[in-house]
Design a protein around this ligand. Structure first.
Ligand SMILES: C[C@@](CO)(OP(=O)(O)O)[C@H](O)COP(=O)(O)OP(=O)(O)OC[C@H]1O[C@@H](n2ccc(N)nc2=O)[C@H](O)[C@@H]1O
Ligand SMILES: Nc1ncnc2c1ncn2[C@@H]1O[C@H](COP(=O)(O)OP(=O)(O)O)[C@@H](O)[C@H]1O
Length: 294
């Protein structure tokens, strides 16, 4: 890696609740959710290069459908830029885990290449390009915890408690498209206001509308939710699934409490502990870079 390489994080997200409140004519679903970031995720390194090249420690992710390459090609098409880049992805986030790994990688690619290629695109433009790549990309581009509506792109900044989370990774991948298409998915939850969303966080009234379906179809998810419910832990709220699954999470007041709970069930399931943060680690890294330049 050369000294001029740009290294940026691609953090995970959690959906602190997720309601499906309708379906658009094009089949996309209208959601209400609160996104919060984790201080844990993938890492991307960008270096100037003649061609566009992706490297990754997970070989099957090096293909033309990777959202990082799609983001790079979208930027080239939008700006006419003909520069290339060598991009290295360190993959830490579970795939098909509902913690937004692919979307976060795409957002970090948009932000990183905007800097590497000197494009000077503003945040609104990057978020609009991001939405073309996936409904979850805009929140990662904008980088603040948010109450999200529409397909996930209408964002109101919020500041939920920054708890420590124990995140369990059930031994299965859940396909988001299949879950959204499933005929037993409920799509008629009554819309709520942002203040009701914030007041209800970590209580019992706000849930994840994918959860009953996914836990029935995937016994691994059911097992993880039961493990957390029965662990006698000192959590600050109920165990819940993130996004369309499969990861499940539970909030704690301290890292020690989260780690102690993980230690008690570690022989049965994989997981990690990370802090919930209302400003994306990607944004902190970019702000630091900018303060070094100025
Ligand atoms: C469910 C959520 C909640 O945050 O997260 P994940 O479980 O993926 O992490 C997101 O809405 C997922 O967003 P994202 O993963 O970007 O989805 P996309 O690539 O845009 O869409 C994948 C497919 O899901 C369906 N889809 C997606 C978003 C949405 N609001 N309605 C939909 O019906 C569409 O069929 C689409 O073809
Ligand atoms: N950079 C990427 N990282 C992970 N998955 C990616 C990436 N680009 C495309 N994908 C595809 O997206 C699928 C799900 O993406 P991911 O974001 O990990 O899950 P989720 O949307 O459930 O959080 C993967 O199974 C993979 O086929």
């Amino acid at each position: 890696m050369s000294s001029s390489a740009l290294v940026l994080p691609a953090p995970a997200k959690l959906n602190l609740f997720l309601h499906i409140v309708g379906r658009r004519e094009d089949g996309y679903h209208q959601l209400q959710t609160v996104f919060q970031f984790l201080d844990f995720g993938d890492e991307l390194t960008f270096e100037a290069h003649d061609e566009l090249q992706l490297m990754c420690d997970v070989p099957e992710l090096v293909n033309n459908d990777n959202l990082i390459l799609k983001a790079a090609r979208l930027l080239q098409a939008h700006t006419g830029c003909v520069k290339g880049a060598r991009i290295n992805l360190v993959k830490r986030l579970p795939m098909g885990g509902g913690v937004g790994g692919g979307s976060s990688d795409a957002a970090t690619a948009l932000r990183g290449l905007n800097i590497l290629w000197g494009l000077q695109l503003d945040e609104d433009t990057l978020a609009e390009l991001g939405l073309q790549l996936g409904a979850d990309v805009p929140v990662f581009v904008r980088g603040y915890a948010a109450f999200a509506e529409g397909v996930g792109e209408r964002l109101t900044p919020v500041t939920p408690e920054e708890y420590w989370y124990l995140v369990l990774k059930p031994d299965c991948h859940v396909n988001t498209t299949e879950m959204f298409r499933h005929q037993e998915l409920t799509r008629d939850t009554r819309p709520i206001k942002v203040c009701a969303a914030l007041n209800g966080l970590h209580g019992n009234e706000l849930t994840n509308d994918f959860q009953p379906l996914v836990r029935r179809l995937y016994p691994e998810v059911d097992k993880c939710l039961m493990l957390l419910d029965n662990s006698g832990n000192s959590s600050m709220g109920q165990a819940m699934m993130s996004g369309s699954g499969a990861c499940v999470f539970v909030p704690f007041a301290s890292r020690e409490q989260a780690e102690a709970t993980l230690a008690g069930i570690y022989s049965e399931v994989n997981g990690f502990v990370a802090r919930g943060v209302n400003t994306s680690p990607l944004h902190n890294s970019i702000s630091q870079l900018q303060s070094c330049v100025n």
